[in-house]
Design a protein around this ligand. Structure first.
Ligand code: DHB
Length: 527
């Protein structure tokens, strides 16, 4: 409740100003000291003020999720820090579109993705390698974002369970704090939450509505909450990256008003200044088509090929979608399904491999090139073909269709559930495969798909969107199509936004190999 948010004793309701009952009590903190290793590997002692489990709406459905933590650095290595006007990192810890709570955290960077009362059911459809590389090492090495269960087919990674190139955990909240930024960590409802009547209350668009409510809470408390509320930079990984991108793209859209009103969200802007998005699992209603366009030739890790007919039908349909975006890139003209592969190779994949190889010692590079003869290394640059790149990546993570599973078993089927219906189809292709050629999507779905898709707001040129973007994905991440990141970045570039997009060579799902660069980028764009 609003009272519970004031550790000093429920004075919030009396506070004046735009925040009203949601007023932030700046005296209600615990002072903590912790040692944080920065991205260069150096340890620092950080003294900070920790504000815990502040409920960010006046009519919460579930406070465990609809609350946030604020961490404000006051001393680093014995030197006073004034974070009054520092940028604010809004770090969500969503993974798998599951519920995420910070209510039990004992300090910065302690958010958890949980399976919720019903447990995380049906992750990626028939995902035979759901525990592959990045997410597995992340979930075994402790830290934040505990994986949800270990059953096959479960989405494993916590949203903020990022790993660097050395397989070590990366926690952006801690890194931001040691950099001198204010850190806001919001919880959010997720798809598996179900009440005693069997009603699902965390399905779409609950998570994005909650994150927007958290932003409104912070912005309504301008001058009360430490940090520059006009310089909110959001971050998230995977489903959390998708939500971070959506938060950036959909700023101040009236389409969410009725949901925000229902929760008693603060009457303030929910626009954010900048958006940091790692491996965003987004553009969900087009992701099955995109997946087959990208990974259609690749086998599953079991060695089984996927259904060739389904794969081909989906990748064929992708061409119409890609053309409809009317995206243009210098040197490529309109980026269609015909030149998208070349666009991705030249814009992302070769530069990614080049950077990776250039950083190696001569002997390590020679070893890598000997093991990967598809790469031509000449004049300090890597070149290769799309087809060889696909072979290099190897097994695809998901069966077809990758998102809207025919048997309704995917996490995304659950995300688009409603009421007491746990899971629904959200593409005509899968719906009609099951229900006949004249089946129609449920009446509420088209609007909900828009509410969950940053591409919708980019196509509408939403004026209050973030203008600064940091977008990253690993080149071996087959949780979704690489075109999802390519199109997100290009759509924003076509609008004239400042986009820093890059792919980590051979990086898996959840990789974050340049967290220090992200911190420096925040300083640059907010400065
Ligand atoms: C995540 C991964 C997926 O493969 C997916 O479909 C949705 C979410 C995740 O790691 O958050």
């Amino acid at each position: 409740s609003a009272q519970a948010s004031g550790e000093s004793g429920g004075s919030g309701a009396k506070a004046s100003g735009a925040a009203g009952a949601l007023a932030f009590d700046k005296d209600a903190y615990t002072e903590l000291t912790t040692t944080i290793t920065d991205a260069a590997g150096d340890e620092h002692e950080v003294k900070y003020h920790f504000y815990k489990a502040l409920t960010y709406v006046t009519k919460p459905v579930d406070e465990k999720y609809q609350s946030l933590n604020v961490s404000v650095p006051v001393e680093i290595d014995g030197k006073a820090v004034d974070a009054t006007d520092a940028p604010i990192l809004l770090a969500n810890s969503v993974g798998g579109y599951l519920p995420s709570s910070v209510a039990e955290a004992t300090g910065v960077g302690g958010g958890e993705m949980t399976g919720g009362p019903g447990g995380a059911t049906g992750g990626a459809s028939a995902a035979p390698t759901a525990s592959a590389s990045a997410s597995a090492s992340a979930s075994t090495s402790g830290g934040t974002g505990t994986g949800s269960g270990s059953g096959s087919g479960e989405v494993q990674s916590g949203g903020n369970a990022m790993v660097n190139g050395q397989g070590e955990m990366v926690n952006l909240g801690k890194l931001a704090l040691v950099t001198g930024y204010v850190v806001v960590e919001p919880g959010a409802r997720g798809r598996t939450l179900v009440d005693s009547d069997g009603t699902y209350y965390g399905t779409a668009p609950a998570a994005i509505v909650d994150l927007k409510a958290a932003v409104r809470y912070v912005r309504a408390n301008k001058g009360r909450v430490p940090g520059d509320t006009d310089r909110i930079v959001s971050s998230g990984t995977s489903a959390g990256g998708a939500l971070s991108a959506l938060l950036g793209a959909s700023g101040d859209s009236p389409l969410y008003d009725k949901y925000l009103k229902e929760l008693g969200a603060a009457d303030a802007s929910d626009a954010i200044f900048a958006s940091g998005d790692w491996c965003p699992i987004t553009d969900l209603e087009h992701a099955d088509m995109a997946y087959e366009w990208n990974w259609g030739a690749n086998k599953l890790s079991s060695g089984s090929p996927v259904d060739r007919i389904v794969s081909r039908e989906l990748s064929t349909a992708f061409a119409d979608y890609q053309a409809s975006l009317k995206l243009k890139a210098k040197g490529f003209g309109t980026v269609t399904a015909r030149n998208l592969d070349e666009y991705l190779v030249k814009t992302y994949l070769e530069p990614s491999a080049t950077k990776y190889l250039a950083a190696l010692s001569d002997s390590a590079r020679a070893t890598y090139l000997a093991a990967n003869t598809f790469i031509t290394w000449s004049g300090g640059r890597a070149t290769f073909s799309w087809a060889d790149f696909l072979t290099h990546v190897g097994a695809r993570k998901k069966d077809t269709p990758a998102f809207d599973a025919f048997d309704l078993s995917s996490g995304e089927n659950n995300l688009f559930g409603t009421g007491t219906t746990k899971a629904r189809h959200f593409t005509l292709y899968s719906l009609r495969h099951e229900g006949g050629t004249s089946a129609r999507l449920a009446a509420d779905l088209p609007a909900k798909l828009d509410l969950m898709n940053p591409m919708h707001f980019i196509e509408k040129r939403n004026p209050a969107r973030s203008k600064h973007w940091w977008i990253r994905v690993g080149t071996k991440d087959s949780d979704t199509s690489l075109s999802v990141v390519g199109n997100l970045a290009l759509g924003l570039e076509n609008l004239g936004d400042d986009v820093d997009a890059f792919m980590y060579w051979d990086g898996g799902h959840g990789s974050n190999e340049d967290p220090a660069d992200f911190m420096a980028w925040i300083a640059k764009v907010t400065g």
